[in-house]
Design a protein around this ligand. Structure first.
Ligand code: ADP
Length: 361
């Protein structure tokens, strides 16, 4: 039940969250909705709805259009929808049967309607602006944190080199802790920077051909260096060249691998497999860790969601990695899914099409 409620909430916040939306969509939506409404009125005129009169149903429908337009597009589209629907309501619907509508009453209703539309549009714009400011702020703070952190990492590497030369093993132990923690902090900062970019629609992608299997191998080799004590096995059978943003796809692979390490015991294996399929390439990352209950398997791809067992455990996180990954995969017209059994482990799979290469040519 809790997961269902979370899915509803995150679905709603996804619809309403601030995105740098295209002007054509923002202003197009009210126009499409109004045309749709006119068609309904023309071909299926609303009858009495329980105890509500048909013209009140019309008015409520128009108000709904104003709300949706303002919510989706902000002040301008909200006002546009208000004006068009007010004119429509006054001249097309109310004046059609003047006999039962005193003129002064209609005018009053229209004025109230416009004021209401104005207020809805203002509130929506304010929400829009505060969301944009919040994103800007998070982006700025994350960016500012990166510089000092890079310098901490740099100096710790320097100390490590000196300690190596002087055979100070205890000091090297400390520098490796500094480096590990800085790496974790850098991952969190990168997630925050990425999420603000996703929110404002500034997440940019390159389009380049690359060998998927080689990329996965590179990531796995790098992880083997960082996670020295982990057992990682790899079966790399993918030879295909795919089209996309190599760096961003690499980011997805890193996320799946680091999660596999994070949510499984240190002495357990992590298996990575790649293969070529008819229309593309497939990667699977299998771990033998805490697993994910069936009821939460869908929700983990939402923003800020962490499973209850992950929250109880030591591994920290923001619940953003899989959301960002799913956005990247969606952009590449691929699929990302999980099969898991609680207490037994999880297998995350990623499928990317290779025919994007042909389509783009
Ligand atoms: P984070 O790991 O930073 O919390 P993610 O978005 O990467 O964020 O993952 C979301 C949640 O999905 C995690 O908090 C965890 O509950 C669950 N999860 C992800 N990968 C695994 C895994 N391999 N095994 C078990 N749970 C996982």
């Amino acid at each position: 039940m809790e997961e269902l409620w979370f899915s509803i909430k995150s679905g709603l916040s996804r619809i309403s969250c601030y995105k740098r939306r295209n002007r054509i969509y923002r202003y197009g939506l009210p126009i499409v909705l109004i045309i749709f409404d006119l068609l309904i009125i023309r071909y299926f005129p609303p009858a009495y709805l329980l105890f509500i009169r048909a013209d009140t149903v019309d008015l409520l429908l128009l108000l709904f259009i104003v709300t949706v337009s303002a919510w989706f597009g902000g002040f301008g589209p909200g006002i546009l929808a208000t004006i068009i629907t007010a004119v429509l309501n006054y001249y097309v619907l109310l004046l059609a049967d003047l006999a039962i509508h005193p003129l002064i009453g209609d005018q009053l209703v229209t004025v109230i309607y416009i004021v209401l539309g104005f207020i809805i549009s203002m509130i929506s714009e304010a929400r829009y602006q505060s969301e944009a400011q919040k994103n800007q702020f998070i982006g700025l703070v994350a960016h500012e944190l990166k510089n000092p952190l890079s310098s901490i990492k740099g100096f710790s590497e320097l100390i490590d080199n000196l300690a190596k030369k002087s055979h100070l093993s205890k000091l090297r132990e400390y520098t490796s802790i500094i480096e590990y923690q800085s790496e974790k902090l850098m991952e969190l900062i990168d997630d925050l920077l990425d999420i603000t970019k996703v929110e404002v629609g500034k997440f940019e992608y390159k389009d380049e051909p690359f060998n998927f299997g080689d990329l996965v191998k590179e990531v796995v080799d790098h992880q083997k260096i960082i996670q020295k004590d982990r057992q990682i096995t790899m079966s790399n059978r993918s030879r295909k060249i795919i089209m996309g943003d190599r760096y961003r796809i690499g980011q997805v692979v890193v996320n799946l691998l680091t999660n596999a390490f994070k949510y499984s015991p240190p002495d357990s294996k992590v298996k990575v497999r790649t293969s070529d399929q008819k229309g593309g390439v497939v990667l699977s990352v299998q771990d033998f860790g805490i697993g994910i209950p069936f009821s939460e398997q869908h929700t983990i791809f939402s923003q800020y969601y962490r499973t209850k067992s992950a929250e109880k455990g030591k591994a920290k996180g923001l619940g953003l990695g899989l959301y960002i990954s799913s956005q990247i995969v969606e952009h590449h017209q691929g699929k990302l899914w999980v099969k898991s059994r609680e207490g037994h482990g999880s297998t995350f799979s990623l499928e990317l099409p290779s025919n994007r290469l042909n389509r783009r040519k």
